[in-house]
Ligand binder design. Structure first.
Ligand SMILES: Cc1cc2nc3c(=O)[nH]c(=O)nc-3n(C[C@H](O)[C@H](O)[C@H](O)COP(=O)(O)OP(=O)(O)OC[C@H]3O[C@@H](n4cnc5c(N)ncnc54)[C@H](O)[C@@H]3O)c2cc1C
Length: 576
C-alpha cells in the first residue's frame, strides 16, 4: 500500500455534533484512545443550530411530570412505531444527562427559584424543554466541547469520511479526505461510531445545512448494516418562506411554545379545524399537513405559507425569549416579529429513520459499527417530538460511546487495512476528474426537485414509482459526473461524492415509503390515508443486496406489559 497519513484508534467517532461529542467523551472516560472526525469545523453541526430546547422530565415547572409521562408522549407522538426500549431509556435517562450538562457548565434559563426552566413544545403534555432562550444547541455544544477538551481526544476537522473499510464482516477503519487540500487519509479503529446527523440536503426546501447529505446512513448501508423506517422524514411546519434566498430556514417551535398563533389569509386560527385540543402545539406532522392544506386550498399567505403571530406578547419578552428569531426575521426578511406576523411553511427538517441499533449499546447489525443521534433509527418511530433529538443524542451518544469502548476492549489488535478496498475508495474519489458527464450541481438540483415533488408531505404510489425511476437515472448520471479544477477547496468535487450518499438515502426513503401502505406520523399517503394496525406492528428494513436495495418489513419488538399499560392509560392516570 502506498504511504498515506494513517491514524490508529480504539474508538473512532465520525461526526462532532452532540451525539458524536457525547460518545467521544464517554469512550475516552472508559479508557479508550479516541479520534473524532468532522466534515466541517468543530462546533459547526446541527446540534449548535438547535433552538427550542432539550426535552427531559425534570418536573421543575410541572411537578407531575415524570419519565412515564415523557415515555407515553414519545410513543404516542411516534404513533407507537418507536423501539419501546429506546423510548424507555431515553425518558428515564434524559433528566440525568441534562443535569450532567449543568454540572459541566451549561447555563440554562432559570425558574424564579433558581432551577432549570422548562417550556412547552408540541406533543409534550408538560412544559419539558430545558432551554437557553432560542440558542440551546449553542450552549450544549460549547459545554460538550469544553468537557471533551479535558478528556483529550484527537479531532480531525474538515475531513470527510467516504468509505468504511472491513475485515470480513467486521469494520476496521475508514477512508477520508481533507476538504482543504484534497489529501487522502486512513483510519484504523477497533470500533467506529457513526454520528453524522441527517439527510435534509436531498430535498429542495430544508432547514438543514450543507453537511447533511446522509453520509452516515449511506456508509452504514454500503458496509452491510440495516436501515429502518427510512420513509419517516419530518417536515417541520414552520420554515421561512420569504425571501426566496432564505426559504426553508427554521422558525423554531419555541415561537409556538411561547404562545405564537397560526392564522390563514382569512385571519382564521385554522388549527381549530385540525386539532382543536392541542391547537398550535399539536405534533409537527399534524401542523405541517394543516399548513400545507390551507395553502393548497387557497388560504395561504402572499408567499405560499401561513401567518405565525407572536406580536400579542410584550416586545421585551419576545426579544428575551426568542432573540435569534427576532434577529433572523429583522436581518433576513426585514420583519419585526414583535409587531408583525411571520410568514411560515413546511420545511424538510429531520429523519426519524436510520441505522438499526441495539438500544442499550448503539451497536448496528455490522460488528464494530455503532450509531447514535439523528443517523440512528428506532427512537422516534413515525414522528419525532420537538426537543427529543437533543435528549436522544445525549442519552444514546453516551451509550454508543460506552458500547464502542467496551467492544474495543474485547477486540484484538487491528488487522492491517485491505489495500484493495483502499485503492477502490481512492479510485472512486478520483474518477470524477477524468469523466465527461454533466455537473454534480445539475444532478443535485434534479434530485432535490424529485424528492420535493414526488416523496414530500403527501405521497401516492404513482409519484413514488416515478421517483424511484428518476433516482435510477440520477444514479447513472451521478456515476458519470465530471469535476474540473484541482482537489484544493473544490466544492464541486465534494458534492460529487455527497451525491452518492444522498442517492442511497433518497432511494431508501422512496422505496420504504412505497412499501408502507398506510399513513402514520411523518408518512402521509393520499392513496392509503388511514392507520393500518397490521403495518403499525412492523418496521421497514432496508439493506444492501449486491448492487440492489432490498426492502422488507420485520415485526416490532414486543413491548413489556408494564410499559404497554403506561401507553394505554389516560394521561391523568399516568400524570399523578
Ligand atoms: C435549525 C435547527 C434547529 C433545531 N432545533 C432543535 C431543538 O430545539 N431541539 C431538538 O431536540 N432538536 C432540534 N433540531 C434537531 C437537532 O438539532 C438535530 O437532530 C441534532 O442536533 C442532530 O445531532 P447529531 O449529533 O446526530 O448530528 P449533528 O449535530 O447534525 O452533527 C453531525 C456531525 O457529523 C459530521 N459529518 C457528517 N457527515 C460526515 C462525514 N462524511 N465525515 C465526517 N463527518 C461527517 C458533521 O460535520 C457534524 O459534525 C434542530 C435542527 C435544526 C436544523
Amino acid at each position: 500500500m502506498s504511504a498515506r497519513e494513517t491514524h490508529d484508534y480504539d474508538v473512532l467517532v465520525i461526526g462532532a455534533g452532540g451525539a458524536g461529542l457525547r460518545a467521544a467523551i464517554e469512550a475516552s472516560a472508559a479508557g479508550a484512545k479516541v479520534g473524532v472526525i468532522c466534515k466541517s469545523l468543530l462546533g459547526k453541526a446541527h446540534t449548535v443550530m438547535a433552538e427550542g430546547g432539550v426535552a427531559a422530565a425534570l418536573a421543575h415547572v410541572d411537578p407531575k411530570d415524570s419519565w412515564k409521562v415523557h415515555f407515553r408522549d414519545t410513543m404516542l407522538g411516534g404513533k407507537l412505531l418507536n423501539h419501546w426500549r429506546m423510548a424507555q431509556l431515553h425518558a428515564q435517562e434524559a433528566p440525568e444527562r441534562v443535569r450532567e450538562l449543568e454540572r459541566w457548565g451549561a447555563v440554562f434559563d432559570r425558574t424564579k427559584d433558581g432551577r432549570i426552566l422548562q417550556r412547552n413544545f408540541g406533543g409534550h403534555s408538560a412544559p419539558r424543554l430545558a432551554h437557553v432562550g432560542d440558542r440551546t444547541g449553542l450552549e450544549m455544544i460549547r459545554t460538550l466541547q469544553d468537557e471533551g477538551v479535558h478528556q483529550g481526544f484527537d479531532v480531525f476537522m474538515e475531513c470527510t469520511v467516504t468509505k468504511l473499510l472491513k475485515d470480513g464482516d467486521r469494520v476496521t477503519g475508514c477512508f477520508a479526505y481533507r476538504r482543504e487540500n484534497g489529501r487522502f487519509l486512513l483510519f484504523r479503529a477497533k470500533a467506529i461510531v457513526l454520528a453524522t446527523g441527517g439527510i435534509g440536503k436531498a430535498y429542495k426546501v430544508t432547514s438543514n445545512s450543507w453537511e447533511y447529505t446522509g453520509d452516515g446512513h449511506a456508509l452504514a448501508y454500503e458496509a452491510g448494516a440495516e436501515l429502518i423506517d427510512m420513509e419517516f422524514v419530518q417536515f417541520h411546519p414552520t420554515g421561512m418562506v420569504w425571501p426566496p434566498g432564505v426559504m426553508g430556514i427554521l422558525v423554531t417551535e419555541a415561537v409556538r411554545g411561547e404562545g405564537g398563533i397560526l392564522r390563514n389569509s382569512k385571519g382564521e386560527r385554522f388549527m381549530e379545524k385540525y386539532d382543536p385540543k392541542r391547537m398550535e402545539l399539536s405534533t409537527r406532522d399534524m401542523v405541517a399537513r394543516a399548513i400545507y392544506t390551507e395553502v393548497k386550498e387557497g388560504r395561504g399567505s402572499p408567499h405560499g405559507g401561513a401567518f405565525l403571530d407572536i406580536s400579542h406578547k410584550p416586545a421585551d419578552y419576545v426579544k428575551k425569549k426568542l432573540p435569534s428569531m427576532y434577529h433572523q426575521f429583522k436581518d433576513l426578511a426585514d420583519v419585526d416579529i414583535t409587531t408583525t406576523p411571520m410568514e411560515v411553511g413546511p420545511t424538510t427538517h429531520y429523519i426519524m429513520g436510520g441505522v438499526r441499533v441495539e438500544p442499550d449499546t448503539g451497536a448496528s447489525t455490522v460488528p464494530g459499527l455503532f450509531a447514535a443521534g439523528e443517523c440512528a433509527g428506532g427512537m422516534h418511530g413515525a414522528n419525532r417530538l420537538g426537543g427529543n433529538s437533543l435528549s436522544d443524542l445525549l442519552v444514546f451518544g453516551r451509550r454508543a460511546g460506552l458500547g464502542a469502548a467496551e467492544y474495543a476492549k474485547k477486540t484484538g489488535p487491528n488487522p492491517p487495512l485491505d489495500d484493495r478496498q483502499v485503492q477502490a475508495a481512492e479510485r472512486e474519489m478520483l474518477e470524477p476528474f477524468e469523466r465527461s458527464g454533466s455537473s454534480p450541481y445539475d444532478v443535485h438540483q434534479r434530485l432535490q426537485e424529485c424528492m420535493h415533488s414526488l416523496v414530500g408531505i403527501f405521497r401516492v404510489e404513482e409519484d413514488m414509482t416515478a421517483a424511484i425511476a428518476e433516482i435510477g437515472r440520477l444514479k447513472e448520471d451521478a456515476a458519470r459526473v465530471r469535476v474540473t479544477g484541482s482537489r484544493e477547496f473544490n466544492p464541486g468535487w465534494h458534492l460529487a461524492h455527497d451525491l452518492r450518499s444522498m442517492l442511497v438515502c433518497s432511494e431508501a426513503v422512496a422505496r420504504s415509503a412505497l412499501t408502507r401502505k398506510e399513513s402514520r406520523g411523518g408518512h402521509a399517503r393520499l392513496d392509503h390515508p388511514n392507520l393500518d394496525p397490521e403495518q403499525g406492528r412492523r418496521n421497514t428494513v432496508v439493506r444492501r443486496d449486491g448492487e440492489s436495495m432490498h426492502v422488507s418489513q420485520s415485526p416490532l419488538p414486543e413491548m413489556p406489559a408494564e410499559l404497554r399499560a403506561i401507553v394505554d392509560a389516560e394521561l391523568e392516570a399516568v400524570k399523578v
